[in-house]
Design a protein around this ligand. Structure first.
Ligand code: AKG
Ligand code: FE2
Length: 276
């Protein structure tokens, strides 16, 4: 764990081989495929088909509408995000107990083939460079957040510039990430870019303040489950936390006491917002 933390702090990314064993990775992939097929036909949150030629991600796989035919698959999905082996790693990185936030599935699009845009997630909340740098600087080496991506099929889709979470962009990086109104942000010439190689079941953790991007090629199958957590001391009420279905009777049925307790904390934090 201390090696993991050292690498997390210096690189802002870590690979965890075989976080899920191959049987479990296959089961999770199968259930994610069931969810994706239903979302493509009709997203229960909007009532509209989710499928679009350029769609690459869906959120809230744990919506109960996907599991009416297969309730055991919901418990299996929720158990992964509450797995002590997963939470131990998140807790080490955060330096405090993590709280659940969201599940996402990245998949290959049906009708586009693009290399992703280089970005720092900080740019979506801080348009102004000075404010963005202040945010990166104060987040420090452990970072404000963490993305945990678990490949369910082998994946080389994530690229990161290790160490970039600790500093502002070099001129060459800035020219790709932001210059000319983002005109060059799909460039394949990012200095220091490192492609993360994952087998099914391997996880990549990355600090979203680091320079990173995905890859969206229709011809390269992708199924990657992303688990997102927050520090309990920094809850954030928004689209990602808005999951009132946790209040439905029996929603946590089939989970062990430890996992139920983990989600009870999430419910206790947001219940009042959901009931507004
Ligand atoms: O995995 C991807 O395709 C992109 C992920 C990303 O940019 C993020 O999670 O912040
Ligand atoms: Fe991102």
């Amino acid at each position: 764990m201390s090696d993991l933390l050292t690498q997390w702090r210096s690189d802002g990314c870590v690979t965890l081989p075989a976080l899920l064993d191959s049987g479990r990775a296959t089961r999770i992939r199968t259930l994610c495929d069931h969810v994706l097929a239903q979302w493509s036909a009709c997203d229960p949150q909007t009532g509209q088909p989710g499928a679009k030629p350029d769609a690459t991600v869906m959120r809230h796989l744990n919506h109960p509408a996907y599991f009416t035919q297969r309730p055991a698959e919901l418990a299996e999905l929720l158990a992964v995000a509450a797995d002590p082996a997963v939470l131990r790693i998140v807790e080490a990185v955060f330096g405090e107990a993590p709280m659940f936030r969201c599940t996402s599935l990245f998949f290959n699009p049906s009708g586009i083939s693009l290399d992703g845009n280089w970005h720092r997630d900080s740019q979506f909340t801080h348009r102004d460079d000075a404010a963005e740098w202040e945010m990166l600087r104060t987040a420090g080496e452990n970072g404000a957040g963490m993305q945990m991506q678990i490949a369910l099929l082998p994946s080389d889709d994530i690229e990161i510039v290790p160490g970039s979470h600790l500093r502002w962009d070099t001129p060459a990086e800035y020219a790709i990430r932001k210059a000319d109104d983002w005109a060059h942000n799909r460039s394949n010439a990012m200095p220091g870019a490192q492609r993360m190689h994952q087998n099914a079941g391997d996880a990549v953790l990355f600090n979203p303040n680091a320079l990173h991007r995905g890859r969206y090629r229709s011809e390269i199958p992708r199924r990657t489950l992303m688990l997102t957590y927050t520090r309990r001391s920094e809850p954030c009420s928004d689209f990602f936390s808005a999951q009132p279905w946790f209040l439905e009777p029996g929603y946590l049925h089939g989970l062990d006491a430890h996992s139920q307790h983990f989600y009870d904390e999430f419910v206790a934090q947001y219940r009042a917002d959901w009931q507004k």
